[in-house]
Design a protein around this ligand. Structure first.
Ligand code: 2DT
Length: 215
């Protein structure tokens, strides 16, 4: 998409089911990148701080209910409202580490199995957003994540549903994805993540073009 010059930051995304350790790994990665002199910051989607994000938060906490198509649009809008800022940061050389992105957007909605919310339809709403340079797929069985602390507090934390989400993540994988065994230790995962991310940061710095979803 946009030409961002020779020193752009990389767009690194962590995806996976609930409670698989994405947030911990995002934080550790940003710290490591910064310690190595890479300008980096972490964002989460949904971004619950905006007005749209607050409506999403109420839905996830089961304080409100919404039509499946409407909540899907809100998740998309929550990314679109950050699009400009995202592109500017990347163009300015900041590497963005995202805790979920459009891949969660399409996987969680398509997993509901609502006929008019197919994977293809969901994907079509995201095409104006940049593609990740790298998606780190924190892979773990739905049963194993369910055994982790805090599981079940939010709307989608149900084993059968998570199993469907994981199947769809599997189907979305392409050569920009790297699979990480999320059942491993925090430090072992972190080292694997760093080894996978560094060459991608270098490629972006060297001028590799930013892609567009789902080209
Ligand atoms: P966490 O904040 O704990 O990751 O949970 N989700 C997320 C969607 O259904 N669509 C989306 O576009 C995104 C980004 C995944 C957030 C929950 O919201 C789901 C789990």
């Amino acid at each position: 998409m946009t030409s961002v010059g020779r020193t752009r930051g990389a767009l690194i995304v962590f995806e996976g089911g609930d409670r698989c350790g994405k947030t911990t790994q995002c934080g550790k990665l940003v710290e490591r990148l910064q310690s190595q002199g890479v300008d980096a910051c972490m964002w989460r989607f949904p971004d619950r701080s905006t007005a749209i994000g607050q409506a999403i938060n109420a839905y996830l906490a089961e304080h409100s209910s919404m039509d499946d198509a409407v909540i899907h649009m809100l998740f998309v809008a929550n990314r679109l409202e950050k699009r400009e800022e995202m592109l500017q940061l990347l163009a300015g050389g900041t590497t963005l580490v995202l805790d979920r992105y459009s891949y969660s957007g399409v996987a969680y909605t398509a997993a509901k199995g609502v006929p008019h919310l197919s994977l293809e339809y969901c994907k079509s709403l995201e095409v104006v957003l940049p593609a990740a340079d790298l998606v780190l797929h924190m892979s773990m069985t739905a049963e194993a994540t369910a055994a982790r602390g805090g599981y079940g507090e939010e709307r989608y934390e149900k084993v059968d549903f998570q199993r469907k989400v994981m199947e769809i993540f599997g189907a979305l994988r392409d050569d920009r994805w790297a699979v990480v065994d999320a059942s491993s230790t925090i430090e072992a995962i972190h080292e694997q993540v760093v080894a996978t991310v560094m060459p991608v940061v270098e490629r972006a710095r060297g001028g590799a073009p930013l892609g567009r979803l789902w080209d």
